[in-house]
Design a protein around this ligand. Structure first.
Ligand SMILES: Cc1cc2nc3c(=O)[nH]c(=O)nc-3n(C[C@H](O)[C@H](O)[C@H](O)COP(=O)(O)OP(=O)(O)OC[C@H]3O[C@@H](n4cnc5c(N)ncnc54)[C@H](O)[C@@H]3O)c2cc1C
Length: 508
């Protein structure tokens, strides 16, 4: 158990780092949060351009972890909006209700295409892939090739930039687990999702000024309790003395500072973490870290001179003719996101990789591309765009490629030996976590410092673990082998989400 006056440093003021700090300050500790960016919130921050607020993506607040839900409400109080959800898939010029509604889908696909999808499904049942190593094999076995080609493949490949045959099945497994064509049709016909699932699909929580409002509020509370949250601080080096972190080296405004630490909680990406450890980890660990892949992300925010463009919170763009993957309509998340109700602000989301043509495109060209594609999709004329801005987000998605588990395993094995270092969060564990699970790892890391014993790597590998978390927090965490991992939100598509228990990772 850490002494109350111990110097606990936390790298990153995203949801995970701030939750660790919140939990520690709740128990009288005064950690120091060090954030490289100028804002708190990490990927869940809110950016502001000329009074227009926008997310990096769109961040729904939904969780099955009671303790996290309570925390959100405690921090946001009355301000936490309940937002009705409407999202549709735009494919082949038609809008498909999402989650899928059988009649709507069959009507729009037409009887012939629907029959072909059914036929393809039956063929997959008679002659399935004998192994399900890849995303493609997993989905084709459950839905048939034709539906996979129409709805799963195109969007998923836009998100990841690699063929579905190279994406591991475990990325899909957790969220589509238990789902098949039969269950999707049964749900659509008989509405058997059940109240809980239905309600989560139909509404979510959201702070009026975007998710960043939550994280600013966390910061205020943490600082009021005597701890510090410093922005613009880059942690450059983590120095070991044997099996312990002895001090860290930070850089701020060109100045380098060295400070001793008693315990360190990290939420920066594993690849960066390994590169900053001194003395350098063994070559095999560095090699594993360098093999971890990430997918980057660009949000092009367009301010359009029209009060209403479409009723959805967001649209999934499955059409292969355009490069945009999803379109957010921030007004439909919260009207307070816009300073002028006669306008609409649209977030055009592009999945990319640093250095590729999209990433390297000049902002002006990205704005022009987004306006053209918005028009191509029939959402508004490009000439109605008044202004806009571009935000690039590195490492938005940890990639579940075919080797990531081995690589994470090697890194984990090495880090487990460093006695006063814990790594948390989405990229800090290379796990495709939403805010709630990122936060949960931060909360548990804090509790580990207070004498509890939680295995952070197992959060969100076993649903039962976090569902039971609130009542069994004192129990040691079950250790799920890494190979059983796969929360992997499937940024995919409608059919799966009809029976999915989690908010769609489509949404990420
Ligand atoms: C497009 C998109 C949409 C999403 N939608 C949803 C959603 O609808 N609902 C939901 O719950 N979740 C959603 N998520 C997931 C959510 O964003 C993440 O789960 C969450 O932000 C992860 O929190 P984190 O603290 O682990 O990491 P991050 O948010 O990445 O925070 C890590 C922080 O560490 C800082 N840092 C890194 N290196 C250093 C360093 N060397 N020194 C100091 N600081 C450093 C970074 O600047 C960053 O602020 C979405 C994600 C994306 C990409």
């Amino acid at each position: 158990m850490m002494l109350k006056n111990a110097h606990i440093a936390i790298i990153g003021a995203g949801p995970a780092g701030l939750t660790a700090a919140y939990e520690l300050t709740r128990h009288g500790y005064t950690p120091q949060v060090l954030e490289k960016g100028e804002r708190v919130g990490g990927i869940s921050r809110t950016e502001v351009y000329k009074g227009y607020h926008f997310d990096i993506g769109g961040h729904r607040f939904y969780t099955k972890v009671d303790e996290i839900s309570r925390l959100w409400h405690e921090v946001m109080g009355e301000d936490f909006l309940k937002v009705p959800r409407l999202s549709r898939i735009l494919y082949d010029g038609k809008f498909y209700r999402y989650p899928l509604q059988l009649r709507d889908t069959v009507f729009k696909l037409g009887m012939v295409e629907s029959a072909l999808i059914l036929w393809s499904y039956l063929r997959a049942q008679v002659n399935p892939y004998p192994v399900e190593d890849t995303f493609e094999q997993y989905v084709v076995n459950r839905f048939g090739r034709r539906l996979y080609d129409r709805f799963f493949r195109i969007y998923t490949e836009k998100v990841w930039g690699i063929p579905c045959s190279q994406i591991r099945a475990d990325w899909a497994a957790q969220r589509i687990k238990g789902l098949s064509m039969v269950s999707a049709v049964r749900n659509a016909l008989f509405n058997t999702n059940g109240g809980d699932v239905k309600s989560l699909i139909e509404e979510f929580h959201y702070p009026p000024l975007g998710p960043g409002m939550m994280w600013e509020q966390f910061r205020t509370i943490i600082e009021a309790r005597g701890a510090s949250v410093q922005t613009g601080i880059d942690v450059r080096e983590i120095s070991l003395d044997g099996k312990r972190v002895s001090h860290i080296v930070t850089r701020h405004d060109g100045e380098t500072t060295t400070q001793p630490v008693d315990a360190l909680i990290n939420s920066m990406a594993l690849r960066q973490l390994i590169d900053r450890i001194d003395p350098a980890p063994p070559p095999v660990v560095i090699d594993a870290a360098h093999r971890l892949q990430y997918r980057d992300f660009i949000m092009v925010c367009l301010i359009v001179d029209a009060p209403n463009l479409f009723p959805d919170n967001w649209l999934y763009i499955h059409s292969p003719q355009v490069r945009v993957g999803r379109v957010q309509n921030f007004k439909n998340w919260s009207s307070a996101m816009l300073p002028d109700p006669t306008k609409t602000s649209i977030g055009m989301e592009y999945f990319c990789s640093k250095g590729d043509d999209l990433w390297s495109m000049a902002d002006a060209d990205l704005l022009a591309l987004a306006a053209t594609e918005m028009q191509q999709l029939g959402l508004a004329s490009a000439s109605m765009v008044e202004d806009g801005t571009v935000v690039r987000q590195l490492r938005a998605y940890p990639t579940y490629d075919e080797h990531y588990m081995q690589n994470v395993g090697v890194i984990r094995h090495y880090l487990d030996d460093i006695t006063n270092l814990q790594t948390i969060g989405r990229n800090g564990l290379h796990r495709y976590n939403n805010q709630d699970h990122s936060m949960l790892t931060g909360m548990l890391a804090a509790r580990n410092l207070m004498g509890e014993s939680h295995d952070l790597w197992s959060v969100n590998t076993e649903r039962s673990y976090y569902e039971e978390f609130a009542t069994t927090a004192k129990q040691p965490a079950p250790t799920a082998p890494l190979s059983e991992d796969a929360d992997a939100g499937v940024d995919v598509q409608a059919v799966a989400d009809t029976a999915r228990e989690q908010p769609s990772a489509h949404n990420q």
